[in-house]
Design a protein around this ligand. Structure first.
Ligand code: SAM
Length: 300
C-alpha cells in the first residue's frame, strides 16, 4: 500500500466522500441521503464546513460531472434495491461493499438477508466506525474475500447464503480494480449459486474507450477530456488501487450471457442526468457530462 491513510480503502473512502457531499444538499435537492458517510471520510469536518455547493464546486474544478456520476450510480442502485425489495427479493449480496451503507439506510424489509463482501481489512475498519445502534444490523452478515484469490460462493455458503432464495447481487465501482478473469468468475459463481431461483445482477464497468478514444467517454465540449482521463487513472493508482480492467458494451453483455444473465439496462450519467438532476434544477450541461462508467442491470 502506498499511503498509510488509504489502507486498501482509498477508493471506498473516495465514494463515501461524494455521498457525504450530496447528503449535505438541501433535502429537496439531494439525490441520495447517506447519514453515515461522514464516519468514513478523512476530512469530513472540513467538507461539512464547506457545505454541499462549495464542495461540489471544488470537485467540478477537478472534473466536471464526477460527483454527479457517482451520485447517479448510487441512486440508480438504491432505486433498484428498493424496487427489488418491493418485488419480494429475499437476499441481497453487496460485492465489494466498501463503505456502502444501503443495508442500514434504505429501510429494507427485515426479511431480506444481506451479505456484505469485501476485503477483511476494509470490513474491520468499517465495523469499528459504524454506530453501535444502527437499523437492520441483525440482518447483515460480513463475508471477507479477496476476489482475485478466493471463491466467493464457498465463503457465502459458509456464511449462511440460502440457495433457494431469490437474490440481488451488486458489484458497484469494483470491476475496474480486479482482473477480467475475477469478474467473469464472480458473475459465473453468483449464477451457479442461484440455479433454481430468479436473481438479478448489477455491475458497473469502465468503458474501454477511456484508453483508446477518451473523448467518447465525456459529453461534447468537455474540457481537456484526454488529460482528465489520464489524471483519473493516475489518481486511482496513487491511492494503491489502479484501474486494470475496461470493457466494451458487447464484451460486458457477452460476459453476463455466458453465465445465463440477460442484460436489461445499460445506463450512464448521460441517461440519468434527465431522470435525477433535471427535476431538482441541477441538470448538467453537455460539456459537463462524465460518461466513462456504465451501470448495467441483468436478470437470470
Ligand atoms: C471504489 S470502492 C467501491 C465501494 C462501494 N461498492 C461503493 O461504491 O461505495 C471498491 C471496493 O472494492 C473492494 N475491492 C477491491 N479489490 C478487491 C478484491 N480483490 N477483493 C475484494 N474486494 C476488493 C475495495 O476494498 C473497495 O471497498
Amino acid at each position: 500500500m502506498t499511503n498509510s491513510v488509504f489502507r486498501k480503502d482509498g477508493t471506498a473512502q473516495g465514494v463515501a466522500k461524494q455521498r457525504l457531499m450530496e447528503t449535505l444538499a438541501k433535502p429537496v435537492q439531494r439525490i441520495i441521503d447517506d447519514p453515515y458517510a461522514d464516519r468514513f471520510v478523512v476530512g469530513a469536518g472540513l467538507i461539512k464546513l464547506m457545505g454541499h455547493k462549495l464542495s461540489v464546486w471544488v470537485t467540478q474544478q477537478f472534473s466536471p460531472g464526477f460527483h454527479e456520476h457517482l451520485i447517479a450510480r448510487t441512486r440508480f442502485i438504491d432505486d433498484l434495491v428498493r424496487s427489488s425489495a418491493v418485488d419480494g427479493i429475499e437476499q441481497y449480496v453487496i460485492l465489494g461493499a466498501g463503505y456502502d451503507l444501503r443495508a442500514h439506510r434504505l429501510d429494507l424489509p427485515p426479511a431480506m438477508k444481506i451479505f456484505e463482501v469485501d476485503q477483511a481489512e476494509v470490513q474491520e475498519r468499517k465495523r469499528t466506525k459504524l454506530p453501535k445502534e444502527i437499523p437492520n444490523s441483525d440482518n447483515v452478515t460480513y463475508v471477507s474475500v479477496d476476489f482475485n484469490r478466493q471463491s466467493i460462493s464457498e465463503r457465502l455458503l459458509a456464511a449462511g447464503f440460502d440457495q433457494t432464495k431469490s437474490t440481488i447481487f451488486t458489484l458497484e465501482g469494483v470491476s475496474q480494480y480486479i482482473t477480467k478473469e475475477a469478474v467473469a468468475e464472480t458473475v459465473k459463481d453468483m449464477a451457479a449459486l442461484t440455479p433454481e431461483v430468479s436473481s438479478m445482477f448489477f455491475i458497473s464497468y469502465v468503458d474501454e474507450r477511456l484508453n483508446d478514444d477518451p473523448k467518447a467517454c465525456f459529453g461534447q465540449g468537455y474540457p481537456n477530456a484526454v488529460k482528465r482521463a489520464e489524471t483519473i487513472k493516475r489518481l486511482s493508482a496513487k491511492v494503491g488501487e489502479p484501474w486494470i480492467s475496461f470493457y466494451t458494451a458487447e464484451e460486458m453483455e457477452t460476459l453476463l450471457n455466458q453465465s445465463g444473465f440477460l442484460l436489461k439496462e445499460n445506463q450512464s450519467l448521460a441517461d440519468l442526468n434527465d431522470v435525477y438532476f433535471a427535476p431538482v434544477g441541477r441538470a448538467l450541461r453537455e460539456d459537463q457530462i462524465f460518461n466513462l462508467e456504465k451501470f448495467v442491470i441483468a436478470k437470470s
